[in-house]
Design a binder for this molecule. Structure first.
Ligand code: HGY
Ligand code: MN
Ligand code: MN
Length: 416
């Protein structure tokens, strides 16, 4: 089947330029981005997307958790919309494509529909979900989690960042800096389908020389906070036997956890990404230590079994300090809808793009939206699979190829 008008209207140069424009917002000297959720850089990206949308005559609005929506009308305004998007917030040393590609590919699809003069029965919408990374405020995928009812709005508004800033205040500041009409009432509205484009954040597509990943699933993920409490003491006068060193307790616990989560088959993912020790003075024995845990596996039972192991280690290894482990979030493994999987594959084949079915090791907003409506994802390669790193890179050709598949998928779904 020849390329249809929609895919043909996707413009590689425009999509690449939009990435370059967005990469300036929070751009780092090493060529990455630091655009953390609800920061000034996030507000700037929201404003830029809003300006582009306005120029194209697309309506925009936000909801009570700050998700930013762009709407292209259909012939039946009451029909449930087809939605596509991802996130614009980044890791502190993030790349210019993680999340942003999914938002810009969705926006490019709306523009391609417009440029091709394609009418759709259903409205087609793009979205930038609030705080997908969960780096500044935990948990991650927060905007989509509240939209899908996985987390409660009121609880998420009370989340605090590592400096004690309350999310509610950061959100108010962001929406003041990047104003948009507000969708009244609690977040969430009916969707017909959701399709998210994203860089793979792994090396498989590049290694297997494929352009499109037909994503079948996302592994399960859980996050925890471990805190140990000891007693501040003088580093020079306090004998070892009298110390309640909170960092040493944290180290004992963490070391045992690394051992316990080494599953031999390298399937279970266990990460301690952040450690805070207080009071953080070189000559005071730490009285408090806090560290994060990110644990992932395709099988929920394995995550459940390891959660029990982590709790047992905290209880057994804390002495002479006290310690606790709190689960911040748990998202079960996600299996995408076969109708979306098949459509992504069919459109990739029609566009003669080499493709392969594959699961996602990374988490995405699609894992929450899949519980609301038929959902799927489209991956494109990134260089050496590197992500959550300022060296993250992708090619204009691959980004445009993924946007063409997305535009075709959305056009078909919006006319079903
Ligand atoms: O952590 C994740 O999997 C996503 O990249 N935020
Ligand atoms: Mn992402
Ligand atoms: Mn990410």
């Amino acid at each position: 089947m020849a390329e249809s008008s929609v895919a043909g209207a996707v413009r590689e140069d425009r999509l690449w330029q939009r990435h370059a424009d967005m990469a300036k917002l929070g751009g780092t000297p090493k060529g990455g981005v630091n655009r953390q959720a609800l920061s000034a850089e996030d507000a700037a990206a929201r404003n830029l997307l809003g300006t582009w949308a306005k120029t194209r005559g697309f309506a925009t609005f936000t909801d009570a958790i700050g998700n930013l929506f762009v709407r292209r009308e259909g012939t039946d305004a009451k029909a449930q919309p087809v939605l596509s998007g991802s996130h614009m917030d980044s890791q502190p040393t993030g790349g210019r494509f993680d999340g942003m590609y999914g938002v810009l590919a969705a926006f490019e699809a709306l523009e391609a529909l417009e440029d091709a003069g394609v009418k759709t029965r259903r409205p087609v919408m793009a979205v930038a979900w609030t705080n997908e990374e969960g780096s500044r405020f935990q948990p991650g995928a927060m905007g989509s989690a509240v939209f899908a009812g996985h987390n409660k709005l009121d609880e998420m508004l009370q989340a605090k960042d590592w400096k004690g800033v309350v999310l509610k205040d950061a959100l108010a500041e962001t929406l003041k800096a990047a104003p948009a009409p507000r969708h009244e009432g609690p977040p969430g509205f009916p969707l017909d389908f959701y399709v998210e484009a994203h860089i793979e954040q792994g090396p498989r597509l590049e290694n297997e020389k494929k352009t499109i990943g037909v994503v079948t699933a996302i592994q399960g993920s859980r996050r925890y906070i471990v805190s140990t409490t000891g007693e501040e003491a003088h580093a020079g006068t306090t004998p070892r036997a009298a110390r309640k060193d909170a960092f040493r307790a944290a180290l004992q616990i963490a070391t045992a956890m690394y051992e316990a989560t080494n599953d031999g088959g390298d399937t279970l993912r266990f990460t301690i990404g952040r450690v805070d020790v207080s009071p953080g003075s070189p000559n005071t024995v730490p009285g408090k230590a806090v560290f994060t845990i990110d644990m992932r596996h395709p099988d929920e039972a394995v995550l459940e079994a390891h959660e029990a192991k982590l709790a047992a280690i905290v209880a057994a290894r804390a002495a002479p300090c006290s310690a606790g482990i709190e689960r911040v979030t748990a998202v079960a493994p996600t299996i995408f809808d076969p109708r979306v999987i098949d459509l992504v594959r069919t459109k990739a084949n029609a566009l003669k793009l080499a493709n392969m079915d594959m699961p996602s090791g990374a988490g995405h907003d699609a894992m929450h939206i899949a519980r609301l409506c038929p959902t799927g994802m489209i991956f494109v390669p990134c260089e050496r699979g590197v992500s959550h790193n300022e060296a993250e890179n992708a090619t204009p050709q691959d980004l445009a190829a993924g946007a063409r598949v997305l535009a075709e998928v959305l056009a078909e779904l919006a006319n079903r």
